[in-house]
Ligand binder design. Structure first.
Ligand code: NI
Length: 227
């Protein structure tokens, strides 16, 4: 399932990010492509683990930790330190699947990629092309969101970024290891949580049946969560 998370960053935060990113030195993305991906990857990336990637990445992680929509959708266990990329001058990323296990650079920690995230840092009208195309059971879905918005999609899905023919597409991207590794179970929990939130608005949070449903949500999570 493809889940948009609106306004992870405010427009003001996006402006501050862009001040740093537009002044930064970008490297050829081939430095970091796995063997599977290197043949199809044509973009620029920011060096990991140093400024400004470090501070901007940590800012994103702090915002996500306080974002109920993200927590509900991802049920995050571990998050890979956010990376940053830039597509311009016809740059693209051909169809690929993300690696299943990502080693965190300089740390004895790995992240199983259950979910992939793209946080858009350029407005759609700043560039032509640059759609994130994700293959799903329902066909190809093209994603191009407002700056500050993020999309979550299954890391197992085949996806690509179409060539950017005008301007620059700037984004942050990273992977999430979920407490609930099974995508179908995670989707059920997300749907149940959304329904509970909707009913809370109409019935009030003291409604007895709603309390039972909330209990079922947590008991399923207790059954399925692996931390
Ligand atoms: Ni990818």
């Amino acid at each position: 399932m493809l889940i948009p998370i609106k306004q992870v960053l405010s427009k003001d935060e996006v402006r501050q990010f862009r001040n740093h990113l537009d002044a930064a030195t970008w490297q050829d993305g081939l430095h970091t492509a796995g063997t599977l991906a290197s043949a199809v990857k044509r973009n620029l990336q920011l060096e990991d683990g140093v400024e400004p990637a470090l501070s901007l990445g940590n800012h994103i992680l702090r915002k996500l930790a306080a974002n109920p929509a993200f927590i509900s959708a991802a049920l995050p266990d571990r998050i890979y330190p956010p990376k940053f990329n830039r597509y311009q001058d016809g740059g693209s990323y051909g169809a690929h699947v993300d690696s299943a296990v990502m080693q965190v650079p300089g740390m004895p920690i790995s992240v199983r990629s259950d979910l992939s995230a793209t946080l858009f840092l350029a407005e759609p009208e700043e560039y032509d092309g640059g759609e994130l195309e994700i293959e799903s059971a329902f066909g190809i879905q093209a994603v191009k969101l407002e700056a500050g918005d993020m999309v979550l999609y299954p890391s197992s899905s085949l996806h690509r970024v179409t060539p950017v023919t005008r301007g620059a597409r700037i984004a942050s991207f990273f992977w999430i290891q979920s407490m609930v590794g099974d995508a179908a179970a995670r989707t059920l929990l997300f749907d149940l949580d959304q329904a509970i939130q909707g009913l809370t608005d109409t019935l009030g949070r003291d409604n007895r049946d709603l309390l039972k449903l909330t209990g079922i949500y947590h008991n399923l999570l207790r059954r399925w969560a692996m931390t």
